[in-house]
Design a protein around this ligand. Structure first.
Ligand code: PLP
Length: 433
């Protein structure tokens, strides 16, 4: 498969080029040049084959010829080593739990796959690859766990001191090995500035082999097709149109959903479910895209003012608002509505949803009110409720049970190193280690 830039001015590249580069040289985002449909017979087979085999068949056309089949098989099998669970609350409302990986959030799919793919692409390189990440919480832990013990790669994570929760901090500062956490005496913006400065520093880049692991990397999107297929495998035969509600921030998750639909999966429509950061739902109504500054909400992993995958969505819909509207419907939720929805779902089904998932359920309920014809809703559950215990408690009055995986980290010692906001200190650190 070749990859092209959404800006159309960069040369086509391979999966290797797109993965190691991240952003295209013309500032665009990489997309596969084509997505081939699977036949109905092949899709039917997807229901019967083992899940690893299905994931392998789904991703193979995107990775050929860059990655030999046996390597690709191993990457898929190692990366996706946890289940996708479908919980049907009613015949019209299904929840797809994507949070059974090591960091209890759906970002494990993208991070674990990308880490192993990058590991393969740098094999045989003399220099060690350094992955730089600035995090305000969740991305750091998914990336750290994804890359843990991947040979040839080290990860340096910058995070703002005292501005993230202890549970979040402990998940990526206690790992050691090839993962280094830098506790920066500043804000998230300071962390991001240090990382950007490092990428722009030519002298540094000649001596160190740097890359980023942020959500614009196409290698993170590919494995996110897998769980759309997992849903298809587990749902009752789709005689009733399927509506997939996607709690969205940077819209990587919804972009991968469009990939899956292009493969032939039967999805009638996607719902772009957002919190108050509602640039895309507003765009769907007005036809004008006017991003705002991000505002803080209860579903903080979706606090994105200007979603970085928006150009991909438009491109996949041939840059026409009519096409976008045909495929995607938008709905936002206030914090109040988010709490209300957590409460409703608990009341009706005794199901505990985290605030991000609640935004998705809210959007599905709104859709159903406006579209009374028969349909079934599939809501992607993007995080485990225990990761957002305080807000869940606010919504339903009790704290969600703490899974042992999360509890385990809380008892481990924090290994992070202190770092100032001064760029020269950071650069010295990168060169010295
Ligand atoms: C990152 C994240 C999202 C948003 O996903 P996008 O692909 O950025 O739209 C939603 N929920 C949780 C819990 C997340 O961590």
């Amino acid at each position: 498969m070749r990859y092209r830039s959404t800006s159309g001015k960069a040369p086509l590249t391979s999966l290797r080029g797109a993965t190691l580069r991240g952003l295209a040289p013309d500032g665009g985002l990489y997309l596969p040049v084509e997505i081939a449909r699977h036949t109905p017979e092949e899709l039917e087979e997807f229901r019967r084959l083992p899940f690893t085999e299905v994931c392998f068949r789904v991703v193979r056309p995107f990775a050929t010829p860059d990655v030999p089949e046996e390597v690709l098989w191993q990457i898929v099998a190692e990366a996706i080593n946890f289940p996708v669970k479908l919980v049907s609350l009613s015949p019209a409302l299904h929840i797809l739990e994507l949070f059974h990986g090591p960091t209890l959030a759906f970002k494990d799919f993208g991070a674990r796959f990308m880490a192993r793919l990058m590991g393969y692409f740098v094999r045989g390189e003399e220099r060690q690859l350094t992955v730089l990440v600035a995090t305000s919480g969740d991305t750091g832990s998914a990336v750290a766990h994804g890359f843990l013990r991947v040979p040839g790669i080290r990860v340096v994570i910058l995070y703002p001191s005292k501005r993230i929760s202890e549970a979040q901090e402990k998940q990526f500062t206690t790992l050691g090995e090839n993962i280094t956490a830098l506790e920066v005496s500043g804000t998230f913006d300071d962390c991001q500035r240090l990382v950007k400065q490092a990428f722009a520093d030519e002298a540094l880049n000649q001596r160190a082999f740097l890359t980023s692991a942020n959500s614009i990397n196409v290698a993170r999107l590919l494995p996110q097709m897998f769980y759309h297929v997992a849903a298809y495998r587990q749902l009752p035969v789709a005689s009733v149109p399927l509506i997939v509600s996607v709690p969205s921030g940077n819209f990587g998750n919804l972009t991968a959903g469009l990939f899956a639909k292009r493969l032939g999966l039967p999805v009638s429509r996607f719902i772009a479910a957002t919190n108050a950061n509602d640039a895309v739902p507003r765009y769907l109504l007005s036809g004008e895209y006017k991003p705002n500054e991000a505002v803080a909400t209860y579903s903080n992993a979706m606090d994105v003012g200007n979603p970085n995958n928006f150009p991909r969505l438009l491109d996949l819909c041939r840059n026409r608002i009519e096409n976008v509207r045909k495929e995607i419907w938008g709905q936002s939720a206030t914090d109040e509505e988010t709490l209300q929805q957590m409460h409703n779902v608990w009341d009706r089904f005794r199901y505990i949803s985290d605030p991000h998932t609640a935004v998705g359920i809210h959007a599905w309920e709104a859709y159903r009110k406006q579209h009374p014809e028969p349909s079934q809703g599939l809501v992607l559950a993007t995080a485990h409720p225990a990761k957002f215990a305080e807000i869940v408690q606010k919504g339903i009055g009790i704290a969600p049970p703490l899974p042992s995986r999360l509890a385990e980290y809380l008892n481990r010692p924090k290994l992070s190193l202190p770092m100032t906001t001064n760029y020269d200190n950071f650069k010295q650190f990168l060169l010295a280690h």
